[in-house]
Design a protein around this ligand. Structure first.
Ligand code: GDP
Length: 315
């Protein structure tokens, strides 16, 4: 049985190895994704993102509990875009969690992922790990990211349904991040909702959602209150998630095609950029060294290298 067959058979060790292969990128990773991709599309990929300490991991544990109780298998990918080499602080917690759940007949699989410079970046790596778990038969793939920057937003795009987790007192942070996060959120969870300011936060978010232009796909983003440590509000969160899933189900082919288009664009752009510079590393040095001061300007130099590109293609 080769690696792809092992994944398709749901073999845990094959899944672990396959994730390392796709995470590393390169030809082996690409070949494996191409074998598995046609067998994907069944798993529900749920992204959890938001500022550190908002309660994403605690909430993820609650969601895992919910899906396990419903008899579903859950894969968890913890992504730390700010930490290029390890899963950062996430890793320690997650490995402990994995040990705790490893006995459950493989019902939960947890893995952390870090930016390793694979072609297409962390977002493609996250998509590819999602493919492995999807092809292996996990019903739900939870993608947890730390932070609220562009990197996290890119990663969140690898999910079908994105939950943005905030806490009652993150009012200023929400103002600062609203542009990007408002666009990616399918559901807002105001966690630590046992705190008195929670109602104010919920109202502020609803107001912001109300003020923006109506979304093209017609989905009205729900704002739910949760208290992950107490286990309160998990039912409402799950109901909001299921609502979004039903909304997607009505346009599943479009959704899947849009994601595929985005992945292909990213891969083409990354591949094209790498090829361009492979061919012109020395051309740039030569241009920098050889030109008179008047021509040694950013735009003239860039134009020279780009013209070369045109000339090479014609010739
Ligand atoms: P993450 O960084 O977003 O993954 O946050 P964690 O899940 O690690 O939670 C950060 C801290 O907040 C931990 O000490 C949790 O126990 C705590 N926490 C999580 N959810 C709640 C909640 O609903 N209420 C309160 N009071 N604390 C919570």
């Amino acid at each position: 049985m080769d690696l792809a067959e092992g994944v398709l058979a749901g073999d845990r060790r094959a899944v672990a190895r396959a994730i390392s292969v796709v995470e590393g990128g390169g030809a082996a990773g690409a070949a494996l994704v191409d074998r598995l991709y046609p067998r994907t599309g069944r798993a529900w990929r749920i992204g959890l993102t938001g500022p550190p300490g908002a309660g994403k991991s605690t909430l993820a544990d609650r969601l895992i509990g919910h899906f396990r109780d419903a008899g579903q298998r859950v894969g968890v990918v913890a992504v730390d875009p700010s930490s290029p080499f390890t899963g950062g602080a996430l890793l320690g917690d997650r490995v402990r969690m994995d040990e705790r759940t490893a006995g459950e007949a493989g019902g939960v699989f947890i893995r952390s992922l870090a930016a390793r410079g694979a072609l297409g970046g962390l977002s493609e790596a996250t998509e590819a790990v999602g493919d492995v778990l999807d092809a292996a038969g996990y019903d739900v793939v939870l993608i947890e990211t730390v932070g609220v920057g562009q990197g996290e937003i890119d990663v969140a795009e690898a999910a079908d349904t994105v939950v943005v987790v905030v806490v009652p007192e993150s009012g200023d942070a929400v103002q600062a991040m609203k542009a990007g996060l408002m666009e990616i959120a399918d559901v807002f969870a105001v966690n630590k909702a046992e705190r008195p300011e929670a109602g104010r936060m919920v109202r502020a978010l609803r107001q912001m959602l109300h003020l923006r232009p109506p979304p093209e796909d017609g989905w009205a983003v729900p704002v739910v209150k949760t208290s992950a440590v107490e286990g309160a509000g998990i039912g409402s969160l799950v109901a909001a998630l299921e609502g979004h899933r039903a909304h997607l189900a009505a346009r599943w082919d479009e959704t899947r095609t849009a994601r595929l288009r985005r992945r292909v664009r990213q891969l083409v752009e990354a591949g094209w950029r790498a090829r361009f510079w492979d061919a012109r590393r020395s051309a740039l040095d030569a241009a920098l060294a050889g030109l008179e001061a008047a021509d040694r300007t950013p735009h003239r130099l860039a134009a020279r290298l780009l013209e070369r590109e045109g000339a090479d293609r014609e010739g």
